[in-house]
Design a protein around this ligand. Structure first.
Ligand code: BG6
Length: 477
């Protein structure tokens, strides 16, 4: 694996720690990693740094024996990624590390800012290291373009050099166990699928709340905002999973096609269904935190949204008129991610005036902090009176399995190595996702000023109004 940006943030925090864990667990045995980046370092300096990064970014302490076996497979090449001469050295290094065996799996991981993607592709292509290598793959992180047009251009560029099946467009949300379980829950049970449509479902809620701010990603956030960071990818993929039709087969093409159909059926969101806002200073865990405008590398007059709430509709037979309410943001009350399906009220007011107390049946997929699935239904509260009461049946991963399951990046990297492309986005998928969020980007550009919400809150009041004016309520965070 060649990691472009081998000494960057993503390599330090996610990629190298994940590869170490996969090695330790025995998922990978024979491998070489070549970090390729600008900072000047020898192999041994790189290895020393990796030791530090691992201890900062994995929970357990380093196992010395495993670490020394792991680290001897890691090398570094420092060079300017824009300089064609660097790629001659890269080519030579790849030949050495693979013993000139072209059948060996080769993964290029682009852990670099997107403005350099095409330069890397051009240079790899000049050296016949793309389509010409049957077993080469390229892994691309977001942001994949910054609107539909630029995403399309980037896709064309990649497709000049690689075949579609060599391109792995990552969305790590799809690698989460809990997210994959939406698929298994829906299509592995006969019980729920008959109800999974507009005849029985009233609405759907998706919440992706984080308490962290933008951390050191001022430049990235100023260009991506919450829209490019979370909505265009993670939220769109969640909607696709909840709303897709059963695929004819459990294979990558069938599943990705069904996800795509949903993404293409999402109606253009109306301006009145969009809420954008930005965090002000506030308190989180009793600690004062700064406003977005005071973060590093952020324009002092920036209108960049760090919060989004919106209402989407899917224009197809199954989902017509069922609202999908979505909210996502940074620096909110707590880290909290879930998807909930809210069913219609029972048709018969059998419980008389008490009926107004009845709550809707719900199926809740909790992704964070708990990993669980709940089914909520009404029972009689014990006593002389007839009082309906909402209770739940729950499946909790920890309680039932009590095993450590792979982190999203572990799954995604293993799938890349196995050439299983199911959990990755297609060219058309990426473009469809952008089509759905381009109106939000346009809306944000028209704002003269942006609404604010205090850090540590649940976002702006307008997000609450968005759902309450439809006589519905967000689930508690
Ligand atoms: C990333 C976003 O894709 O997902 C981050 O860029 C966000 O801003 C992160 O914090 C959240 O992912 P997870 O797996 O930590 O919930």
């Amino acid at each position: 694996m060649v990691i472009f940006g081998g000494a960057g943030d993503l390599a330090q925090k996610k990629l190298l720690p994940t590869i170490y864990l996969l090695f330790k667990k025995g998922f990978i045995k024979e491998f070489s990693i070549l970090g390729f980046g600008l900072p000047q370092m020898s192999d041994s300096e790189y290895r020393e740094n990796i030791k530090k990064w691992l201890s900062e970014n994995i929970k357990e302490s380093l196992d010395q024996k495993t670490f020394s076996q792991f680290i001897e497979n890691i090398f570094y090449l420092s060079n300017d990624l824009k300089d064609p001469k660097s790629y001659s050295q890269l080519c030579k290094k790849i030949t050495d590390l693979t013993n000139d065996d072209e059948s060996i799996n080769l993964i290029y991981y682009f852990a670099v800012p997107p403005n350099i993607f095409t330069t890397i592709v051009d240079n790899l292509s000049d050296k016949n290291l793309c389509r010409q290598r049957k077993n080469a793959k390229v892994v691309i992180e977001k942001p994949f373009g910054h609107n539909k047009k630029t995403a399309h251009e980037l896709n064309l560029k990649l497709l000049e050099a690689f075949d579609e099946k060599q391109i792995y467009r990552i969305d790590h949300y799809l690698g989460k166990e809990t997210v994959q379980n939406v698929f298994f829950f829906r299509f592995g049970n006969a019980l729920f699928e008959p109800l999974w449509n507009r005849n029985f479902i009233d609405h759907i809620q998706i919440t992706v709340f984080e308490d962290i701010g933008i951390e050191n990603r001022g430049f990235f956030y100023e260009s991506a905002s919450i829209i490019g960071d979370i909505v265009q990818n993670h939220i769109m993929q969640l909607i696709a999973l909840i709303a897709m039709e059963p695929p004819p087969n459990f294979d990558a093409d069938s599943i990705r096609n069904e996800r795509l159909k949903v993404l293409k059926s999402i109606q253009p969101i109306e301006d009145k269904s969009i809420v954008l806002a930005q965090y002000e200073e506030g308190f989180l865990n009793n600690k004062k935190v700064c406003s977005y405008l005071d973060e590093k590398n952020v324009d002092k007059n920036s209108n960049t949204p760090t919060f989004f709430a919106g209402k989407f509709f899917i224009d197809n037979w199954r989902w017509a008129n069922v609202p999908f309410y979505v909210r996502a943001g940074k620096r909110l009350k707590k880290r909290f991610t879930e998807v909930s399906i809210h069913f219609k009220f029972p048709p018969l007011k059998l419980l008389g005036h008490k009926c107004k107390d009845i709550e809707q049946n719900q199926i809740v997929f909790s992704i964070f902090p708990k990993q669980k699935i709940e089914l909520k239904f009404n029972v009689k509260y014990p006593g002389m009176e007839n009082i309906p009461y909402l209770v739940d049946m729950m499946f909790d991963y920890k309680e039932v399995f009590n095993i450590e399951y792979p982190l999203a990046y572990e799954r995604i990297l293993i799938d890349t190595m196995k050439s299983d492309i199911t959990l990755f986005a297609t060219q058309k998928g990426i473009e469809a996702m952008w089509s759905n969020v381009d109106p939000i980007v346009e809306f944000s550009k028209k704002l003269n000023s942006i609404k604010k919400y205090p850090s540590g809150s649940i976002g702006p009041e307008e997000a609450v109004n968005l759902i309450e004016k439809d006589n519905r309520k967000w689930r508690d965070v």
